[in-house]
Structure formats: structure tokens, C-alpha cells
Write a protein that binds this ligand. Structure first.
Ligand code: ADP
Length: 303
């Protein structure tokens, strides 16, 4: 069962156009929604989670209209918001049990089974008697997933889940999501390119409320082969490089400035070809040099 988002727009009361004519098809598996802060990701996630309505457009989960049939959708959907508050003085086991009651799992024995299964799945079984106030960021996020998975949702929406996690917690958390992605739709909203690169079979890039690219990460990276060039430069050369070339990214590598540029032909001038990665796709897309299946050359190429 996939999600189909058709021409969805949302303008807030203050005039901010958070989403503008967004159309996406989200199939089974892990789907990455990638974009900078303020791009409109949370707005779209809240609309998919039926917490907010679009001004125009439609969202379908299979054949079900998400906006018109919120109750049906809520039964098959789990949502882990960006910020969620948890009671600090309650143990993980007790709180999950409480949420399970709210979710309608009233039969005691089956609830015990469900709670144990979810705590094991999220690697929190050993911690079930600990209070949530003492949980690390990663443990809290995994607990959030356990809550979101109550009722066996077919779609799981996670909004910016890895921000603030340390590297080990992040890997553990992403592994959990990828296991879930084997049997359901998992939508991961993030501004971290590596999260999408490591996990997602499909993705979209969003900026200023508009979808700039809908692609398969591996295919998009392949499309850029032979077109991304790098060079180490002096810092004071940056603005002239920016004027001359289609600058994709600037990075400090061991204290030196490394730039990546987009060019369909060999730019010469000390540049060398690099194997592109998803970060190059992201920045080339944001800069407008790349859209699905085609690359655009804006400035003069062979300079
Ligand atoms: P993201 O999740 O990508 O950071 P958001 O969906 O949170 O983006 O925000 C998109 C834009 O909408 C931003 O400019 C943000 O300031 C604005 N925005 C978000 N929520 C509200 C709101 N409730 N009222 C007014 N503006 C909002």
C-alpha cells in the first residue's frame, strides 16, 4: 500500500507558503524526504499524519482519502514527531502499556505480549524498568518508535529522528528503521544527507515548499557521474570560483578549502573528476544544476 500526494499546498495564517503544489508517490520501503530547515518537511509530515489539513490537493493511502477519512488512516499509521514530551518519572514499560490502552488494546494478556514485543524490537526490553527521565536521546527516540508502532501501522512517519543522536545511537536507530522498511512504508524526514544515502530506496528533495527532485538515490548519483569536479583552493579564491563555475559545495578538509563544481566537460584549471555521492546530488539540486534524469549547464562550461 503506497501513499499518493497530489498537488498539496499549505499557507499558514502569517502568509508563509509552507507547501506549494507538492505531488509525490511514496511506495513500500524506506522513503527519504530531504531538505533544509524551514523547507516544509514537518508540515507535509503532519498532513500525512492527519494532524493538519492541506489548503488544496489530496492525499491517498491506497484508495483511502487521508483528509476525508482520518479515522481509517490513523488506524494504519504511526507517527514519531520531531519533538515529543515524555513523562520523566514513569518507567518505559509502564508508559508503553499506558499508550497501548489508549490505542485500544484493552485485553491484558495481549497487551502484555504487544508491549514486550515492541520493547524487544526497539532494543529497550532490558531498560523497561528504568524511568524515561534517565534515557539517552537515542533511547528516547527508540521508545518513540515503540509508541508509534503500537497497533501495527502499515505506514510509519518519522520527523527528523537522528538530529542530536551520537554516532552509535544513530546507527542503531537507522538499523531499526531499515528493518521496519522491509515490510511497511517508512517515511524519514531529515536534513541529513547521509541518513537518506544509507537507508532509502526512494527520495525527494524539498526546498521552500517545492519538490525539486524525486528520484532513487543510486540512480541520481549515477546520473552525476563524470560531472562533478573538485579542487583545493585558497580561501580568497572562493568568490572568483563562484563567479566562474557552477559551485556545488565548499568544504574544509584538513584545514584547506575543497570545492566541488558541476561541469559536463573537463573544466581544466587544476580540477579533477570525483565519484559523485548523494551530497553532490543534494547540493546540485538545491543550486538548480540537476533535476531528475537531466542536468543543466547554466554558466559557460569550458573556461
Ligand atoms: P521543516 O520541517 O522543513 O523545517 P516546516 O514545515 O516546519 O519546515 O516549516 C515550513 C515553513 O512554514 C517555515 O517557514 C516555518 O517557519 C513555517 N511554519 C511552520 N509551522 C508554522 C505555523 N504553525 N505557523 C506559521 N508558520 C509556520
Amino acid at each position: 500500500m503506497g501513499l499518493s500526494i497530489q498537488n498539496v499546498s499549505k499557507t499558514y495564517a502569517n502568509g508563509v507558503k509552507a507547501l506549494q503544489h507538492v505531488s509525490l508517490h511514496i511506495p513500500l520501503g524506506m522513503y527519504g524526504l530531504l531538505g533544509p530547515n524551514g523547507a516544509g518537511k514537518s508540515t507535509l509530515m503532519r498532513i500525512l499524519a492527519t494532524l493538519q489539513e492541506p489548503d488544496e490537493g489530496q492525499v491517498f493511502l491506497g484508495d483511502t482519502d487521508v483528509v476525508k477519512h482520518k479515522e481509517v488512516v490513523r488506524k494504519t499509521l504511526g507517527y514519531l514527531p520531531q519533538d515529543f514530551g515524555l513523562l520523566k518519572n514513569v518507567t518505559a514499560g509502564k508508559l508503553l502499556d499506558h499508550f497501548a490502552i489508549l490505542k485500544g488494546i484493552t485485553h491484558r494478556a495481549s497487551r502484555k505480549e504487544v508491549v514486550e514485543h515492541l520493547l524487544r524490537q526497539t532494543n529497550l526490553w532490558e531498560k523497561r524498568k528504568q524511568k524515561l527521565g534517565g534515557f539517552s536521546g537515542g533511547m528516547k527516540q527508540r521508545f518513540g518508535v515503540a509508541v508509534a508502532l503500537l497497533g501495527n501501522p502499515k505506514i510509519l512517519i518519522v520527523d527528523e529522528p537522528t538530529a542530536g543522536l551520537d554516532p552509535a545511537e544513530r546507527v542503531r536507530f537507522l538499523n531499526l528503521l531499515s528493518e521496519l522498511g522491509e515490510s511497511s512504508v517508512v517515511i524519514l524526514s531529515t536534513h541529513i544527507v547521509e541518513d537518506v544515502a544509507e537507508l532509502c530506496t526512494n527520495m525527494a528533495i524539498i526546498n521552500k515548499g517545492e519538490i525539486l527532485l524525486e528520484a532513487q538515490p543510486l540512480q541520481a548519483v549515477k546520473d552525476l557521474e563524470g560531472k562533478i569536479w573538485r579542487r583545493v583552493i585558497e580561501k580568497n579564491m572562493l568568490s572568483s570560483m563562484e563567479r566562474t563555475y557552477e559551485l556545488v559545495s565548499t568544504k574544509l578538509v584538513s584545514g584547506r578549502t575543497m570545492i566541488h563544481i558541476y561541469s559536463q566537460v573537463n573544466p581544466g584549471n587544476g580540477f579533477e573528476l570525483v565519484e559523485p555521492d548523494l551530497e553532490d546530488v543534494y547540493f546540485s539540486t538545491m543550486a538548480g544544476y540537476y533535476t531528475a534524469g537531466q542536468s543543466l549547464q547554466k554558466k559557460g562550461a569550458a573556461l
